[in-house]
Every structure is written in C-alpha cells, then in structure tokens.
Write a protein that binds this ligand. Structure first.
Ligand code: ATP
Ligand code: MG
Length: 254
C-alpha cells in the first residue's frame, strides 16, 4: 500500500498519511528510549514484535467492544489506524507497585495494590510528562469531565481484560500506559484507544519467577531485551512469520 507524506517521527514510531482521509499508518521502529530520551538505543526486532503484539491486543479488545483506532496490520512494521486527535494524557493503570510509584511513595517494588490505581500524566516531553490530577485536566481543558469518566472506565475494562489474558499465559500485568484520541462522526465525538499496547508501555512479569519481560530490561540494562519481547509474543501465540524479507536475525532486520 502506498503510504503518504510523513506526518511525525516519534521515539518509537513514524506516522505517515494513510491511503484514505482520516487514516494514518504507524511504522514501528526498533529505536528505544528511556527516561524521556536520556537513554537511547536499538532493540533489534522490537518494531516487528510491537506491531504484532499491539495488533493482537487491540483486536482482542475490539472483541469485548473497546473502541480502538486499529484498522489492520499492513506488513511487518506497519499498521493502518484511524487518525485521531490525541488527548494529551498518558493514562497509567497499575496493579502492582513498580517504577515511579515505588520511588514517589517509597514503596517496595512488587507489592500488590489493593485495587487498580489510575494515574494521569500530562503528555509533554519538555515538561517530563508531569503527574496531574482530574482537576488539572478539567481546568486546562485537556478533556471534559464526562470524557475523563469514559477514559477511566475504558482503562479499567482494558485492565481487567488484559490482566486475565496475561494471567492465562503466565504473566502478571503489573502496569501499563494508554493513550486515547478523539474523532468526530458528524456531530458526535468519539473516544478511542490509540497508540500501541506492547512491552514498551506495559510492565509484564513472569508470574512464577517475577522475571521482567518488558522495557525495564532496557531501562535497567538487564540484557536479553529482544528475547523478553519475543517471549511475550511467543506466549501470546503470535511470533512473526518469517520469509518475507525480514526475519528475526540481526542481519535481516532493517
Ligand atoms: N491514531 C492516532 N492518530 C494520531 N496520532 C496518534 C495515533 N496513535 C498514536 N498517535 C501518536 O503518534 C505518536 C507515535 O509515535 P511515538 O510513540 O514514537 O511517539 P513518542 O516518541 O512516544 O512521543 P510522543 O508520544 O511524546 O509524541 C505519538 O505522539 C502518539 O500520541
Ligand atoms: Mg509513544
């Protein structure tokens, strides 16, 4: 499929104009960053795996009527999605203490939370994505109160579903980050899940050993990063097909 003009290059993906108005193509790169760009590198094969993992999870979420931007995967590294206006929030759902939550409150990583915790961060790299409250979101008009209610309800449904899905393959869903976007169908504004769901923005721990199977292996220089992403894909039953010009060896990857 012919892709259009490049719209944006982010840290992990490139966006191109899609074939029809209102669509865009997400191209998944192997680039990885951590600490808001402080650390950067390449995780060979990550883009291919994240494209597949995100496709799989978005399709499963669609089955339970979670509206998503996903239309279809085009090839190893690209997927066609509905173009939306991204709501400038990173919605984090946590089940187990880890990362910045452990740091902020002096908690032990690995402690199970008594209930799912939703946090909102203002999506702004220059400000380091600060934690914000509902009040900030409403006051600064990033979302209306009813949109925020919808975003929270959707996020909790996604959490319930993905927690079960991952538990079924021996993985604890510790936490994850979602992005939502809006589009208009005539006068009706619709909110959909956008961006990606992958080991780049989820914490996934082996349920038996607590081994990390996500980007924390890169953030914390633990090694075996590609292997961890592959393990997630393998357990989901979706290791990428080989033989069409791109395979999982380092020579074969773009
Ligand atoms: N359906 C969509 N329509 C429009 N933009 C989208 C859609 N889905 C995701 N995006 C945006 O596309 C970009 C994806 O690129 P990438 O994930 O590499 O960005 P990033 O480096 O994380 O930076 P940032 O998210 O801060 O812009 C993000 O800005 C994301 O918000
Ligand atoms: Mg991103």
């Amino acid at each position: 499929m012919a892709r259009g003009r490049q719209i944006y290059e982010g840290k992990a993906k490139i966006l191109y104009e899609g074939p029809e108005a209102g669509t865009i193509i997400q191209y998944f790169k192997d680039d990885a960053t951590a600490g808001n760009g402080a650390k950067s590198g390449i995780i060979t094969g990550k883009g291919v795996l994240n494209n597949r993992i995100s496709e799989y999870l978005m399709l499963r979420l669609k089955e339970i009527n979670i509206p998503t931007h996903f239309i279809r995967r085009l090839n190893m590294r690209e997927q066609l999605v509905r173009e939306v206006e991204i709501i400038p929030l990173e919605v984090v759902v946590r089940n187990v203490v880890a990362g910045s939550l452990a740091k902020r409150f002096g908690l032990d990583e690995g402690a199970r939370l008594p209930r799912a915790l939703i946090e909102f961060y203002y999506k702004n790299d220059a400000l380091n994505d600060p934690l914000v409250s509902d009040e900030h979101i409403i006051t600064f008009n990033w979302a209306y109160p009813h949109d925020l209610d919808e975003i929270s309800a959707l996020s909790l449904r996604v959490n319930d579903f993905l927690t079960g899905l991952f538990a079924g393959i021996g993985i604890t869903l510790v936490d994850f980050k979602l992005e939502f976007g809006r589009y208009w169908e005539g006068d009706e504004m619709r909110i959909v899940l956008a961006d990606e769901i992958s080991p780049d923005n989820c914490r996934l721990w082996d349920s038996r050993t607590n081994e990390k199977l996500d980007k924390d292996r890169f953030r914390r220089d633990m090694g075996k990063v590609e292997e961890a992403y592959q393990e997630v894909a393998r357990r989901l039953g979706i290791l990428p097909e080989s033989g069409n010009g791109e395979n999982m060896t380092s020579e074969g990857m773009l």
